[in-house]
Design a protein around this ligand. Structure first.
Ligand code: HEC
Length: 215
């Protein structure tokens, strides 16, 4: 009789163990399945390819519109009055593109002229330094870009940056001392007393278009 009780107990325990193992087994299996599917699920969910393409379009738009507006004003009324384009027109272009795209599209630099609008955050500073290193190793500045998905303050963001190369035309306002007229120097001094955005040479990186989108 005692052995009968034991064998019944063993049966029940066996059955119990089976039940436990199937409880444990299921989540493990499920987890494994989810893990193996994770990259494709993430890629589909985030669709970073589309965001990169979209960012390139908007970065190109801002670069193109700024340089058109600046070139037009420069030809029409010279460098002195073109400062107005940089100061008032560029922020308008940048916020129009940001509204249209639903992403923050703006410009930053390691050596800012306007600290209120052009100051980089920690991510942008790190990237701008890397861009300079990439250019020093021979990459063409106009081809340099980077994108990344980051977590900041418990929010996930898609971030994209594209280098802005210095061209001949920029030197009138961002070049070495000798390339900036006395009148313009005075204007810059009065508008931007903490100006750091000078002494650039053609082919260097002046800054970057930066795009940030919560996802
Ligand atoms: C007519 C003078 C002028 C010319 C030419 C000019 N800039 Fe600027 N740039 C400015 C001024 C003024 C600002 C500050 C704008 C502001 O107040 O936000 C500025 C700001 C910038 C900024 C934003 C970051 C910062 O330092 O505040 C970038 C990037 C920039 N310029 C790049 C360029 C590039 C690249 C060129 C050539 C294609 C160029 N600029 C030509 C006057 C000029």
């Amino acid at each position: 009789m005692i052995s009968g009780i034991f064998s019944r107990l063993r049966e029940r325990r066996g059955c119990h163990r089976k039940a436990i193992s199937s409880w444990i087994g299921r989540p493990i299996l499920l987890h494994a399945l989810l893990l193996s599917a994770a990259p494709s699920v993430l890629a589909a969910e985030l669709n970073t390819d589309a965001m990169v393409k979209e960012s390139r379009v908007y970065a190109g738009q801002l670069l193109g519109q700024v340089s058109d507006a600046l070139a037009r004003e420069y030809k029409l009324s010279g460098p002195l009055r073109s400062v107005v384009v940089c100061k008032y027109v560029v922020p308008e272009l940048s916020s129009a593109i940001s509204r249209q795209s639903g992403m923050r599209v703006t410009r930053v630099s390691l050596k800012v002229r306007n600290p209120l609008t052009g100051m980089p955050d920690a991510f942008e500073s790190r990237l701008l330094k890397q861009f300079d290193q990439r250019a020093a190793k021979g990459e063409k500045p106009e081809k340099i870009e980077h994108w990344e998905v980051v977590n900041e303050d418990e929010q996930r963001y898609f971030r994209y940056m594209k280098a802005i190369p210095v061209k001949d035309f920029c030197l009138a306002c961002h070049g070495p001392n000798a390339s900036i007229s006395t009148a313009l120097k005075a204007k810059l001094r009065s508008e931007y007393p903490n100006d750091q955005a000078v002494d650039y040479r053609v082919g260097q990186i002046r800054g970057a278009i930066t795009i940030k989108k919560p996802i």
